[in-house]
Design a protein around this ligand. Structure first.
Ligand SMILES: NC(=O)c1ccc[n+]([C@@H]2O[C@H](COP(=O)([O-])OP(=O)(O)OC[C@H]3O[C@@H](n4cnc5c(N)ncnc54)[C@H](O)[C@@H]3O)[C@@H](O)[C@H]2O)c1
Length: 251
């Protein structure tokens, strides 16, 4: 029970790695797992699963780019649960569905959701964690926040790089308040909902050639890394970047 009694909020948790993390948090004894996304039916279903697993699961619609939305949601979490211990900024969109490298609208969207969304989550999450006496924030970056790829819109790399350094900046800012901030960097995982070219099996097979372990990762392998950083086992870890990439960035 590595999260016993903790209250956690996870963005983009209606499916994919966010939902997997929410389920794991419930199994690890979290008192409450608050899920948000834009996909209401799927989000409500994940919340119901969490409640059946013994935690208090709830779903709230939140566009992570909506600042008043963040303020309202975090107020609601504090009213319902009295504290916030863990925030996982997981919501994001892929950079592989924008063929025009210099499309300005794609840049704005990628930076808006993947980077500004995380910034806003940290802003309101930190305020709630201060009132809670501390907490742990885990931000989903990517190997694309460490190295570049020639097949993605550069806004994806830029957004994930921003998450990586935002994480280190906030780790330094808030360490004395017992608020830890770390980033997780998945490699080749099951495709995102918004994946374009990178969902193509031929593209994935080619990518695998550059990954030492020679296989894609699983959502549960990312969820386990998030769990570790969220839990008190990581009590002396802040500002760290944890690659979950089968060795992709090691070579
Ligand atoms: N799948 C991969 O290969 C991979 C690799 C590296 C990093 N990542 C990162 O991991 C995170 C999770 O990815 P995933 O594979 O589970 O993808 P996914 O597409 O399955 O999940 C992302 C979720 O975010 C939600 N979302 C998108 N825009 C939103 C917004 N504006 N407000 C609120 N919710 C929004 C989506 O509805 C979706 O449920 C993302 O940040 C992604 O960039 C994924």
């Amino acid at each position: 029970m590595r999260l016993k009694g903790k209250v956690a909020l996870i963005t983009g948790a209606a499916g994919g790695m966010g939902a997997e993390t929410a389920r794991l948090f419930a199994r690890e004894g979290a008192e409450a797992v608050v899920i948000c996304d834009l996909l209401d039916a799927e989000g409500a279903q994940v919340a119901a699963e969490i409640s059946r697993a013994g935690a208090r699961g709830s779903y709230h619609r939140l566009d992570v780019t909506d600042e008043p939305g963040w303020a309202g949601l975090v107020d609601r979490v504090m009213a319902d649960h009295g504290r916030l211990d863990v925030l996982v900024n997981n919501a994001g969109i892929s950079g592989s569905a924008f063929p025009d490298l210099y499309a300005r609208d794609a840049w704005d969207k990628l930076i808006g959701i993947n980077a500004t969304g995380v910034f806003l989550g940290c802003k309101y999450g930190v305020a709630a964690m201060r009132k809670s006496g501390g907490g742990s924030i885990v931000n989903l970056s990517s190997i694309s926040g460490i190295v570049g790829q020639g097949y993605l819109h550069p806004g994806y790399n830029a957004s994930k790089g921003a998450v990586r350094l935002l994480t280190k900046s906030l780790a330094a800012q808030h360490a004395k308040e017992s608020i830890r901030v770390n980033s997780v960097h998945p490699g080749l995982m099951p495709p995102m909902r918004t994946s374009g070219t990178t969902a193509d099996p031929a593209h994935r097979a080619k990518t695998l050639e550059g990954i030492p372990m020679g296989r894609p990762g699983r959502a549960d392998e990312v969820a386990s890394a998030i769990l570790f950083l969220a839990s008190d086992e990581a009590s002396y870890i802040t500002g760290a970047e944890l690659a979950v990439d089968g060795g992709w960035t090691a070579v």
